[in-house]
Design a binder for this molecule. Structure first.
Ligand SMILES: Cc1ncc(C[n+]2csc(CCOP(=O)(O)OP(=O)(O)O)c2C)c(N)n1
Ligand SMILES: [Mg+2]
Length: 620
């Protein structure tokens, strides 16, 4: 028999990676997989000698992947997790100082999106002997202050491992946080470089292989009872599918529930793809970037049932989309379930839907349901009108530069059901949410909690790592591309092919439109409105310089041909197309952007007057 008290002498870094290698996850279908698929690493001082050496020892079981930018690699790790419905993870290790702080934006992104990722920034010496080390920030009054403190407000759990034995307490909390459906998000363990290399006699039992299972929390019986009371009066309920539907892996259950009870389903950016776009209950995206159909239904509905949504301002049209209506919120996090004065139904989406379904059937639904028999057919009609608009908006232009919508139409015509589209910021997310015909869960990957420019290409790499058999289409604006494109080189290096369609409208098109919508003069967004002379950037050439294949196309017909060449290619492929910065799809929605109360510009004064009247529609 093994001695329960036996120990193994390891450095802190070795113990850390040994522990991570021994964490497994059991998926709902019974498959057991390593919880961590790998570790993205950019070495420097503060991680190369400690955790770098430890990762080398375990490279066969816990692969290390080299990236080019710390923010980018963390985006890739986060996208990997999102594409795995939060059921598989990656870790990221950086050097001390700028390597660490480069990753802070990605931590904030993961925090806003509720996506788990393990961040392991290096840190200055705990023993302080060589202080100040290169890249140490040096607080005059507090030697404990470190650059890695920047992670504290954007981590769900933060610890600095100042002694090797702290791992025994901290790592289980880290894993528990990463896997908690309510609290999950970025976990940061700051690792002082001397402690990484320090030895300790760890108990062998600490490294026992451990299999985790995603927790499915049921709702409280009293909350189900209250929800039923609300439902028993609802003639026109509208379901809103949020990201929680996908993370709970209950899209099929939701579609079935909606179909049996005759409820239309609108989708948030994070929830889009829950229903196939042709599902009889699907009415498209909701909110500022939603379809006119879903937004009209939200106005007409007498009950909104949000499932797994944070109900951020884009979804609620800054609280005007369905203001004052009864709202039922099914959410695993009480924090979300109580928002907007909703009736909360706290629990895992799949479990709660089943509880509701059972309770409704016990009450003899759907026969005795109060839902208006014409409600769903009315929703279908509105959706059909929107689909007709889609056809008109996505046809190739007769002349001139194509719009974003026309480019997306071309990509869609050339796409296959197994393809994944990836995007995050600029004008494209709005067009995608309104117009992209999602083919079901996993086909639509939008980072719109933080809408972070520079997520797109790195995110595409993470999605490809998660779904190697699928073709990954990254659609990206020139602005986002220029902000962070270096993981295109990583995708080539790692043999993880992505297809990038770059829409060059010569600047920050969506912000230029927003600026003018707010009464502002075109200023500092499109290159032609900036100081200096507009650069003539050859994006295709740039992508080639990073090792990808690429081409430039002159119109959408050429784009469609280029997509088949990109599909056939053996490595990442960028297609550059010039687009019209002025055009976007209007859906009549409103978004609260504060307008200056004082301005010498007539346009701003008019915008302010409009703003004041629109604010009247906000309930509080
Ligand atoms: C990191 C980051 N910085 C700034 C912004 C604000 N922002 C949102 S979209 C945008 C412009 C995006 O330009 P581009 O990628 O070319 O897309 P376009 O608007 O032209 O469609 C800016 C500056 C952001 N979302 N993320
Ligand atoms: Mg642009």
């Amino acid at each position: 028999m093994k001695n329960p008290n036996s120990t193994i002498r390891l450095t802190m870094a070795q113990a850390l990676v040994k522990f991570l290698s021994n964490q497994f996850i059991q998926q709902d279908d019974g498959r057991v997989e390593p919880l961590f698929a790998g570790v993205f690493a950019i070495f420097g001082h503060g991680n190369v000698a400690g955790i770098g050496e430890a990762l080398y020892q375990v490279r066969d079981t816990l692969p290390t992947l080299r990236a080019h930018n710390e923010q980018g690699m963390a985006h890739a790790a986060i996208a990997f997790t999102k594409a795995n419905d939060r059921r598989r993870l990656m870790a990221c290790t950086t050097s001390v100082g700028p390597g660490a702080t480069n990753m802070v934006t990605a931590a904030a992104l993961a925090h806003a999106n509720r996506l788990p990722v393990l961040l392991l920034p290096g840190d200055h010496f705990a023993n302080r002997k060589p202080d100040p080390v290169l890249q140490q920030i040096e607080d005059f009054g507090n030697p404990n202050t470190a650059a890695s403190d920047c992670f504290i407000p954007v981590s769900r759990y933060f610890d600095r491992i100042n002694r090797p034995e702290q791992l025994i307490h901290s790592l289980p909390v880290a894993i528990q946080t990463l896997l908690d459906p309510i609290n999950c998000g970025p976990v940061t363990l700051a690792l002082p470089q001397d402690v990484q290399a320090e030895a300790y006699d760890y108990p062998q039992s600490f490294f026992a292989p451990t299999t985790h299972r995603p927790r499915r929390q049921p709702a409280d019986a009293a909350e189900i009872f209250d929800a039923l009371k609300l439902l028993s009066h609802a003639k026109k309920p509208l379901l809103i599918a949020g990201g929680g539907v996908l993370y709970s892996q209950c899209a099929a259950q939701l579609a079935d529930f909606a179909a049996r009870y005759g409820m239309p389903v609108a989708e948030t950016q994070a929830g889009k793809g829950s229903l196939h776009w042709q599902h009889p209950c699907a009415v498209g995206g909701i909110g500022v970037t939603g379809s006119a159909a879903a937004n009209q239904l939200a106005q007409e509905a007498d009950l909104i049932i949000a499932v797994g949504s944070r109900l951020q301002d884009f979804t609620t049209q800054s609280r005007t989309g369905f203001a004052g209506k009864p709202l039922l919120q099914i959410n695993v996090a009480a924090f979300d379930a109580h928002k907007h004065q909703a009736l909360p139904l706290v629990g895992d989406a799949r479990t709660v839907l089943k509880q509701l379904d059972d309770a409704l059937q016990a009450g003899n639904w759907p026969e005795s349901s109060p839902i208006d028999a014409n409600w769903l057919s009315h929703a279908k009609q509105l959706n059909q009108q929107w689909q007709q608009k889609y056809e008109a908006l996505t046809q190739p232009p007769l002349s001139g530069l194509p719009s974003d919508a026309q480019v997306l139409g071309a990509i869609k015509r050339q796409s296959q059901p197994s393809d994944v589209v990836v995007c995050a910021a600029g004008g494209l997310p709005g067009e995608l949410h309104k117009l992209w015909r999602a083919e079901g869960p996993g086909s639509y990957h939008l980072e719109y909690g933080f809408s972070c420019m520079g997520y797109e290409i790195a995110g595409g790499l993470g999605v490809k790592l998660a779904a190697p058999a699928r073709e990954v289409f990254v659609v990206v604006g020139d602005g986002s591309y220029l902000m962070l494109n270096s993981e295109l080189a990583s995708s080539v290096m790692l043999g993880q092919k992505i297809i990038v369609v770059l829409l060059d409208n010569r600047g920050f098109g969506c912000i230029n439109r927003l600026q003018q919508g707010c009464g502002g003069a075109p200023f500092n967004n499109l290159w032609r409105d900036c100081e200096g002379s507009a650069p003539d950037i050859d994006f295709a050439l740039h992508a080639r310089a990073l090792g990808a294949l690429s081409e430039k196309v002159a119109n959408v017909a050429e784009l469609e041909q280029a997509i088949s060449r990109a599909r056939a290619a053996d490595r990442s492929y960028l297609i550059e197309i010039k687009t019209d910065p002025a055009v976007s799809t209007d859906n009549g929605s409103w978004w609260d952007v504060a307008i200056p109360a004082v301005s010498s510009r007539d346009e701003v004064q008019q915008a302010f007057a409009r703003y004041q009247s629109q604010q009247q529609q906000q309930p509080y």
